[in-house]
Design a protein around this ligand. Structure first.
Ligand code: SF4
Length: 456
């Protein structure tokens, strides 16, 4: 087996061509050194299938309408909501492929442009990378991509000339190349490679289409990425080994899709059962002995550890963009303590509440250490219910289970619970069995506090 890192950044494993031997195709790609694969989609059906495959094989997918597969009805509102639902799934990490196709021209340019703009706006509002298809429309896609975008843009199967390539690179876009790079007649594409900085180039197969030499005429598959990598290595002058070349290209794709530790995107929203969770921060005053953050960066396939707090505008636009009405409840509980961002917490809970969705706050109850009683009550009134981590049966046990940077955390917790009771908001307290808490004493305390107890 070849042990190396490689990325097929664009591979349509959702097509029927792979229905009979998908296990083998994915296994063969690993044997050929392709450790990562991203499956773009073209419509709702393929987006759902791509997400299923991505979750099954631990790879990645994207969701969008391809410009040749736009919704037929005038607004496409229902199908657009379905695309957004897929974008909430854990391994679906990009919006794509969208763009413009004037070569096939299945839909008139106005309709294509309208949908392209819609995808660009969505990618920006949720912070997902954008995969762009362009055929016979390379200058047009550059025209409609805003000059400053906050998300990476991947120009897949790029067919632009030198001038357009330079324009794309000046805007820091990533450029994906595939099988045609190896075709004898395609000296034009090979000529572009020297213009593209090594940290902007991506390998892709676009499987099952465009197989590289020597596989022309056959079904393409991610294992063949190696032949594109070999051609790039040759065009780079052969100074790097094939493993190093593959590693450089892998790192590029990891950055392009915001999977690289340097720019990893953490999920602001994630779904669990029939609730949607909002993850505002990875900061917390405590270091509880049972906290998942001690061992993991996420949960159920979602990456939840923010490298830094997401901006207020990104959180609000994310909550705004997704169909939160689908869920029985929106829970503000992430990989840290949400009340540390109390202003944003109130704004985002208020926005969810205004859409008629039930809201719940999960908190460690220590916010009285930095908010006045009045501020705490105001915050609580943004929620339909609150779940408070009691975690212990007394101060000594709390300090042992939940080492905290807050002075006298137990006193603050008790003060918070009293304030909650003054609001009449539905509330409960919880303890975690595996923490070593004295369950009987905690249950007796909860009874005295007149709070339902949840043992997790
Ligand atoms: S309060 Fe919650 S987020 Fe903070 S350390 Fe404890 S379990 Fe983790």
């Amino acid at each position: 087996m070849i042990m190396m890192l490689g990325f097929d950044s664009h591979c349509h494993l959702h097509f029927h061509h792979f229905d009979d031997d998908l296990d083998t195709v994915v296994e063969d790609s690993g044997k050929a050194g392709i450790s990562h694969i991203l499956i773009p989609s073209i419509d709702v059906e393929t987006a759902e299938k791509s997400a299923d495959i991505a979750e099954q094989y631990g790879i990645y997918s994207a969701a969008a309408f391809h410009p040749e597969h736009l919704p037929e009805d005038s607004t496409g509102e229902e199908e657009w909501l379905s695309i957004k639902r897929v974008l909430l799934r854990p391994n679906t990490v990009a919006v794509g492929e969208t763009g413009l196709d004037y070569h096939h021209g299945t839909f008139e340019p106005e309709k294509q442009i309208r949908w392209f703009k819609r995808h660009i706006e969505l990618a920006e509002s949720i912070g997902y990378p954008l995969i762009v298809h362009s055929r016979g429309a390379e200058s047009e896609v550059l025209k409609y991509l805003p000059s400053s975008l906050s998300v990476p843009v991947i120009l897949h199967c790029w067919g632009g000339d030198e001038l357009l390539t330079d324009m794309a690179l000046a805007r820091d876009f990533y450029i994906g190349v595939n099988g045609p790079l190896t075709y004898k007649k395609n000296s034009r594409l090979r000529g572009l490679i020297s213009r593209i900085p090594r940290d902007r180039l991506l390998t892709e197969t676009d499987s099952p289409f465009l197989p590289p030499e020597p596989f022309r005429g056959r079904r393409n598959e991610p294992a063949f990425t190696r032949f594109i990598t070999m051609k790039i290595r040759e065009l780079w002058g052969g100074d790097a080994s094939i493993e190093n070349t593959s590693y450089i290209l892998w790192e590029n794709a990891m950055r392009a899709y915001r999977l690289h530790p340097e720019n990893r995107r953490a999920d602001i929203v994630y779904q669990y059962r029939d609730s949607l969770y909002v993850n505002l921060t990875s900061r917390c005053q405590n270091d509880c002995n049972f906290c998942i953050r001690r061992a993991e960066d996420g949960l159920n396939g979602y990456c939840l550890r923010h490298r830094e707090d997401p901006s207020e505008s990104l959180v609000l636009s994310t909550v705004e963009a997704f169909p939160i009405e689908d869920f029985s409840e929106i829970v503000f509980c992430g990989f840290g303590e949400p009340t540390l961002r109390s202003d944003l917490l109130m704004k985002s809970a208020g926005a969810a509440g205004a859409r008629g969705v039930k809201t719940r706050l999960n908190t460690n109850g220590l916010c009285t250490s930095f908010l006045s009683n009045h501020q705490v009550v105001k915050l609580l009134h943004c929620f339909d219910s609150v779940s408070i981590s009691l975690n212990a049966s007394g101060a000594g046990e709390y300090n042992r289970i939940c080492p905290s940077t807050v002075e006298d955390p137990w006193e603050h917790l008790m003060k918070f619970i009293k304030l909650v009771k003054t609001t009449g908001i539905r509330a409960r307290v919880s303890v975690v069995k595996s923490s070593g808490v004295d369950i009987h004493r905690a249950a007796a305390l909860a009874e005295r506090l007149q709070m339902p107890l949840r043992i997790r």
